[in-house]
Structures are given as structure tokens and as C-alpha cells.
Design a protein around this ligand. Sequence first.
Ligand SMILES: Cc1cc2nc3c(=O)[nH]c(=O)nc-3n(C[C@H](O)[C@H](O)[C@H](O)COP(=O)(O)OP(=O)(O)OC[C@H]3O[C@@H](n4cnc5c(N)ncnc54)[C@H](O)[C@@H]3O)c2cc1C
Length: 300
Amino acid sequence: MSAAVAAAERGHRVVLHEKGDRLGGQLLLAGAPPGREEFVVLAGDLARQVELSGVSVVLNSTVGEALIEAQSPSAVILATGGEPITPAIPGVELPHVIQAWDLLTGNARTGRRVVVIGGGAVGVETALLLAEKGTLSGEALKFLLIHEAESIEDLYSLATHGSKEVTVIEMLDQLGKNFGRSTRWGMLQDVERCGVKTRVAATVVEITTEYVRIETEGRIEEIPADSVVLAVGTRAFNPLQERVAARGVALRVVGDAVRPAMVFDAIHEGFTAGRDIGCNEIDEEDTECCSDNPDVGMSG
Ligand SMILES: Cc1cc2nc3c(=O)[nH]c(=O)nc-3n(C[C@H](O)[C@H](O)[C@H](O)COP(=O)(O)OP(=O)(O)OC[C@H]3O[C@@H](n4cnc5c(N)ncnc54)[C@H](O)[C@@H]3O)c2cc1C
């Protein structure tokens, strides 16, 4: 989105294609856990900028070679993002094993006992999202409190402990190593408060329909699981670069499509690419104002 806005501000006619039904990409996933709504707000702000900049947006449009051939843009910026990694663990193909991304988009559900594999930012936030399911709402809590229906201790427990039993498995010796220091402290407090169980320095050996088998310092443990959630990292998703490059058009790849990083990096790289992709990179014949083809086509 930032690439599209920057290119439009330089006077290019820009078409932004998004394969989903909404702009925002991973920001919408990052904003799903409790307390992380600012990411959804950021996605909305960027989408508003896109709208005001005069960029044409085409939703539910997966860019492939045929579309690029048909539109024949003078320049292409690929911002196709990342995709979640599926680890090579025996049993990972079982139907009760899901990606954290599917849970965060609301496209998957879990049973009562959930094992989350991966204790980085995505794994911990997903665990907290699950742990909050079935906890007392603020309104119910107030009602019970003012009517003195339960003891303070019981109300605290009802507000913090939901209906799911969640365990996070991390192979490093600490959870949330990729969090900033202050964020990590708050997250670890939440993990403890919400009763999320953790195993660190633990390797998942096998997933079965009944349990997840882990090894910690040579000791084997079987953790019962109705659902297993994968949160082991993101890798670049960039299937179009070679084919677009072969067409000889001006091309930039930005954001997680280059290598998974942070929101700021993606926005900054997008802005720079949109600002810089210009006349010296675009074949003069293609940049005729009267041409039906867009100056810049975007994906992502
Ligand atoms: C759960 C979670 C939590 C996160 N938390 C943080 C955090 O706290 N701080 C932080 O800085 N970062 C965080 N991130 C990472 C951050 O969201 C990403 O680095 C950033 O969104 C990458 O932006 P992007 O535009 O490169 O890719 P994406 O956001 O992945 O966007 C790519 C878009 O391209 C679309 N697309 C792909 N292929 C095509 C195609 N062929 N045609 C059309 N459209 C296509 C996709 O549908 C998607 O909408 C988090 C990510 C996740 C998943």
C-alpha cells in the first residue's frame, strides 16, 4: 500500500491487486490478538491513503503471468509478503494440525486442549488469544462484582482462565526471544496470568491424533492435544519475480517478499520503491499518457 501511494504521488497511474478480499495483509493477523488492535487501525489508515491517492484497487485478484501479460505495465512492484513455514515433523499433515495464521484470520477452530508449536511472537500471541476464549467479559465481571456473587479470588480466576488448556512448546531456552524487551516482559506476565503452560528448550518429536511428543534434555513427554497450532516462522513468498524479470520491465520486490521482517521495514521499503520507480526505469514508449496500460502494477 505504501508503494502504491508513493508511486501515485509521483504521478504514475497505479493499479494495486490484492488476492484477498481486504487490504492489509499480515497486519490483519498481527491485529487479531487481544490488545494488538493498533495493527488493524494501521491497515485501515494505509487503505484510506490508497483510496485518497487515486490508486485503482482490485481485490480478489491473484496476480499471475497472464494478468501481467494482459495489463502489460511499465513497472511492477512485488509486495507479495510471506507465508507460514510448515516444519518437517512426523504427523504434521494430520487434520487437527493448523497454522496460527488460519486461526488468526478466523478460518480455523481448535478443540479444548491446544498445543502451540513455536514460542516466538506469533506463537505467544496466538496462545494468549486462545487462552482468553471463555473468560468472563468486562460487563459480566462488573455485574458479579457489584452483586458480590463470587469471591474476588474466584472472579480473578474467571476473568483470566478461559475454557481452553493451552501449552506452548519452544525449542529455545526462552519464550518470545523476538519480542522487544518491554513487550516481552508484559507478554510473559500475561502468559502466566492466563495459565498458559510452557515448555522451553523442548523439541517436538512427533504429533499423533492424541498427543504431541516432545523431548526436553533427553526426557520424553507426551502432551495431550485436541488441536495443534503451528507458529514456527514465516518465509518469503515471492513466486513472480523471475517471470516478471524475464519480461524486462522495471521491477522492485519489497517487504516480506524479500525476507520476513517488521511492519516498519515493509512500509519503508514500499515507500522507497514507489518513490524511486520512475522514468529512467520505464521504457519511454510505455509511459505515454494516452496508453491504456498502467505505469505501475502492484501485487500485494
Ligand atoms: C501474527 C503476526 C504478528 C506480527 N506482529 C508484528 C509486530 O508486532 N511488529 C512488526 O513489526 N511486525 C509484525 N508482524 C510482521 C508484519 O506484519 C509483516 O512484516 C508485514 O505485514 C509484511 O508486509 P508485506 O506488505 O511485505 O507483506 P504482507 O503483509 O504479507 O502482504 C502481502 C499481501 O500480498 C497479497 N498477495 C500475495 N500474493 C499475491 C498475488 N499473487 N496477487 C495479489 N496479491 C497477492 C497477500 O494476500 C497479502 O495481502 C507480524 C506478523 C504476523 C503474521
